[in-house]
Design a protein around this ligand. Structure first.
Ligand SMILES: [Mg+2]
Length: 417
């Protein structure tokens, strides 16, 4: 349900100054001649760093990216593949490339989604995002993974010394496993108890792509803050405040939703298309639709959006999401909440835990001043600092945090603030 978009986790620029790279070669394997014309600056920047670069194109057969890496004297596992083609992403995955970067120029959002679905590790909307430093960071994160937050707990405990955490938690995939039926994603009892213990001592907020009412229904705790709809709709602990983005957006979304229902009612075989209105966004789920109907579905969505310049569409897994065209996301919502809750001082360590592409905005927003913890089964490029594997490990992490804040416990922090 989270949009895939064309965002890539931002990378620290620090490694750009280094003159060596963690990967041994870069192979551009491209289908679109227009993209060929765009790669030159990236190619030159890599060659200045003495990274061997090869470019193969559609006229050659699908084995060429692997052959090209080997011709440069590098096994695919130590090379980066950059491609605009979902089929080539899949071939690169099978060949075991260390990092696969999907290239989707901004106007081709359907391609960005297809690249991600095919297994690209990172999808970028512009070649300007592909600096040697960014490739280094993504490659290292993708092949070695982020350090485990549990294994490195002493480091985290160190950062907490003399400061109190402010906890920002994504919901689906973070506190609860991704449910087959999204309406049944209730918070497990054990997790609820730990979140409650934490909320008695430090500020806690749930930050979700779901509507705020839905997420409050699942979590059912009055003492914490909630940011729903990717932060477009925020409420404070005990209803202390309630803030929404401009209401004009809701009116535009309602118009678009009505338009989408009408426009999609007539698509052939659309028992498979489901429209979910979430207030600040509307999802067009097409997981049951025939692939052949997709272009028509997309055309009809575009026709509706043609009359709503304030809205845009993004692509997620088997879903087109229509949302306001404004620069607001989970990261901005977290910064807004830190201000609203009076938590901007150096004595506070904001901690954000999340698993989605949309959580990267929050990791990025807190990169300098807080701690980002990614929830992911496998290594993945991210702006987070640490990772845990799954919601069970999130619960373990929260339990350690609760214990560290409890002055009665051995090793507990007597001064949580
Ligand atoms: Mg999530």
């Amino acid at each position: 349900m989270e949009p895939a978009g064309t965002r890539a986790p931002a990378s620290p620029g620090s490694s750009d100054s280094s003159d060596s790279s963690d990967f041994g070669a870069a192979v551009f394997d491209l289908e679109d001649a227009d993209v060929h014309a765009l790669i030159e600056p990236t190619r030159r920047a890599l060659e200045q760093r003495r990274v061997p670069v090869a470019a193969t194109s559609a006229s050659q057969d699908s084995g060429t990216a692997i052959d090209a890496a080997r011709a440069l004297g590098v096994e695919p596992g130590h090379a980066v593949l950059l491609t605009d083609s979902p089929a080539r992403v899949q071939a690169g995955r099978r060949a075991g490339f260390g990092l696969i970067v999907g290239l989707a120029p901004d106007h081709l959002e359907a391609r960005a989604a297809a690249l991600r679905d095919s297994g690209a590790d990172v999808v970028v909307g512009s070649l300007a995002q592909v600096t040697p430093g960014a490739l280094d960071t993504w490659f290292v994160q993708n092949t070695r993974g982020l350090p485990s937050a549990l294994a490195r707990w002493p480091e985290i405990a160190d950062r907490l010394r003399g400061r109190r955490p402010a906890l920002f938690l994504d919901y689906d995939g973070t506190l609860v496993p991704i449910a087959r039926d999204p309406d049944q994603a209730f918070l497990p009892h054990a997790t609820r108890e730990i979140v409650r213990q934490l909320a008695a001592r430090v500020p806690v907020a749930i930050v979700s792509g779901r509507g705020r009412a839905k997420i409050m229904h699942f979590v059912a705790m009055d003492e914490i803050a909630y940011a729903g709809s990717h932060g477009f709709d925020i409420s404070g602990p005990h209803g202390s405040f309630h803030w929404q983005q401009d209401h004009g957006l809701l009116a535009a979304m309602a118009r678009a939703s009505a338009g989408l229902r009408q426009a999609l009612a007539g698509v052939l075989g659309v028992e498979g298309v489901e429209i979910e209105e979430k207030g600040f966004s509307t999802a067009v789920h097409y997981r049951q639709a025939a692939p052949a109907d997709l272009p028509e579905i997309e055309r009809r969505v575009d026709r509706v959006l043609g009359g709503e310049p304030g809205l845009l569409k993004t692509h997620g897994k088997k879903v087109i999401e229509v949302r306001p065209r404004i620069d607001w996301h989970k990261g901005r919502a977290v910064l807004w909440l830190l201000d609203a809750l009076g938590l901007e001082g150096d004595d506070v360590l904001p901690v954000y835990v999340g698993d989605d592409v949309t959580d990267e905005d929050a990791f990025e927003a807190l990169r300098e001043r807080g701690l980002g913890i990614l929830v992911s089964e496998r290594p993945r490029p991210s702006a987070a600092t640490y990772a845990v594997r799954d919601p069970d490990q999130v619960r373990e992490l929260l339990a350690r945090l609760a214990a560290a804040l409890d002055p009665g416990q051995p090793g507990g922090n007597a001064d949580p603030g």
